[in-house]
Design a protein around this ligand. Sequence first.
Ligand SMILES: [Cu+2]
Length: 223
Amino acid sequence: MTFCRPLIIASSVLFSVATVQADTHAANQNDQVREYRAALRAVNPEYVAGGGRFEMVLDGDQLHIAMTVENLTPQMMHMQHLHGSRDGMGASCPPLSREALNGEPVDLIDSRRYSGITLIPLHDDPASLKIQSDSYPETDKVGGYTYSQKVSWKALQQAVKKEYGLSELDLSDLVVYIHGVPQDTDLPDSTGSLDGVPAHLTLPVACGELEEWNPQEGAGLIE
Ligand SMILES: [Cu+2]
């Protein structure tokens, strides 16, 4: 029996999303199923104006992560992660206004001010917490991809506790980031990155703040 049922939802802004929903077999234990969603918006729209939808469903030990993005750089691997505060405080996406940053792009170092640190990589083995990987998703010819991954919640919690000392991982405190602009992007020399990693690979292009979504309230980010 499959727990996750991918759906395609066409939204008013002309993009679709691979989403996940609790199967009917979970109906009698609905209070245990938690769902989190985020709308991904461009961080540095002067370079890449991508966006998308992100969703996680937590049912028992299974965490199903799904996302759909578009308008990123075509045919390029994109690092993507859940970022958050190490001390368990909330995190947010950078402000859209460039004024706060003196007109400079929001680089990885700036992002820490608002969103904490890189916590969980969204590739083929998130619970490994390995940030360096070649298994991040790659965009298609028109700059889109879908990502879907199932993770053991227990394994992820244990890994996060061991690696970051975070004993209470609250998914609604996290933000989703996608990174990467074309190699030939003319970035200011001051653009920060990780040691030894070119700035065009780590420049944030999309961000979304996770919110717990309550179907009973009928108001989700995905409408
Ligand atoms: Cu990241």
